[in-house]
Design a protein around this ligand. Structure first.
Ligand code: HEC
Ligand code: HEC
Length: 304
């Protein structure tokens, strides 16, 4: 066999190998696509427990059970670590790290305990996997920027940080990092608040006042406007009347499940009554700081 013959033989073998390899890769990728499609067909319509002001998504990632296991912040990839850590600091001490957008004495962590890294207490673990969401109250789908702007304008009685601000970019880096490994659009049982804790029950503010004085005032202050150990529940330093917490539904659920902090003990009636009492107090009035509507409504509900 001459060198020439040997070379051409080698060449033919190489081409054959490449061809077979390509065919294998081709079939594998189509197989994967088919698998995913088959999986998608099994998805049962539904959503997580946010059925209230945020309508549930039409479909989920039902096949996979999300596991609650937020990664350590220091383990964030080098390129985003600084942003993730800043996002965390903003959540924990909002007046210091995002003061220009804050109009009260609260920090995000006062409602999203431990910066949203607890399993309950309005967790934010997995939040990056479930947005954009359709918001029935406003009839549009909102992404995490719009959702976060809402919390600044209402819960923080402040102004909306622009999408291209460092505050917004850091918060989003933080949400995405703590949502690591949560399958996109899966049903995440721990997100959101529920409530009201009792249906068909009219809260009695007078009884709620007694609950407040007996249970809440030792931390939140005799007049409810906060102490060094607990944030204000009403008054100028608190969330405004457009906030989610300013509803019997959310306030009763939060108080029933999480208050007093580390030792919840209210009966359902007491939680409803104290929510009624909170509703009767004065707090700042919500004023939109930016057009709070998406001009072009894109329906994600599908054809009815
Ligand atoms: C042992 C002290 C303690 C008691 C008692 C207590 N809380 Fe709290 N509460 C806290 C702390 C601390 C926070 C903020 C949590 C954080 O930042 O980690 C908080 C946060 C809250 C919040 C959300 C933030 C805000 O200020 O609006 C509400 C609402 C609330 N408490 C309601 C109540 C109600 C209602 C009661 C009585 C049934 C109550 N709390 C009793 C310590 C307490
Ligand atoms: C007074 C309490 C309170 C404060 C303070 C607060 N939030 Fe919220 N936040 C809520 C409530 C209530 C919801 C709605 C929960 C639900 O939909 O069931 C919410 C929802 C959210 C969501 C969407 C979560 C989901 O599961 O859809 C994000 C993101 C968020 N808040 C971010 C923030 C950030 C960032 C801050 C601080 C700048 C903040 N919040 C301050 C009460 C608060």
């Amino acid at each position: 066999m001459s060198i020439k013959q040997l070379l051409s033989a080698l060449c033919i073998t190489l081409c054959l190998c490449l061809g077979v390899g390509w065919v294998l890769v081709f079939f594998q990728s189509t197989a994967t696509v088919r698998y995913t499609l088959a999986e998608q067909h099994e998805i049962v319509p539904g959503g997580n427990e946010h059925g209230k002001d945020i309508a549930s998504q039409e479909s989920g990632n039902k096949g996979v059970q999300p596991v609650f296991n937020p990664p350590a912040l220091e383990d964030a990839p080098e390129g985003i670590r600084e942003a993730v850590l800043l996002g965390y600091k903003i959540m924990m001490d909002t007046p210091t790290y995002a003061g220009e957008y804050v109009g009260n004495e609260l920090s995000c962590r006062n409602c999203h305990f431990d910066a949203g890294r607890r399993r309950d207490t309005i967790s934010l673990v997995g939040v990056a996997a479930v947005y954009p969401r359709y918001r029935s109250r406003r009839e549009y789908s909102a992404d995490l920027t719009l959702r976060t702007q809402g919390c600044f304008e209402r819960s923080m009685n402040g102004t909306a940080p622009p999408a291209n601000s460092q505050v917004m970019q850091s918060l989003k880096a933080y949400y995405f990092w703590i949502s690591k490994n949560i399958p996109i659009y899966s049903d995440i049982p721990w997100l959101g608040l529920r409530g009201p804790v009792l249906n068909d029950y009219t809260p009695d503010p007078a009884k709620g006042r007694q609950v407040f004085q007996a249970v809440c005032s030792r931390c939140h202050g005799q007049d409810g406007t906060g102490t060094p150990i607990a944030p204000p529940l009403w008054g100028n330093g608190s969330f405004n009347d457009g906030a989610g917490m300013n509803t019997i539904k959310h306030f009763s659920d939060f108080s029933y499940r999480f208050m007093p902090k580390n030792g919840p003990m209210l009966s359902k009636e007491q939680a409803m009554d104290v929510a009624g009492y909170a509703q009767a107090q004065t707090r700042p009035h919500f004023v939109a700081s930016h057009p709070n509507r998406v001009e072009q409504v894109i329906s994600v509900k599908g054809e009815e």
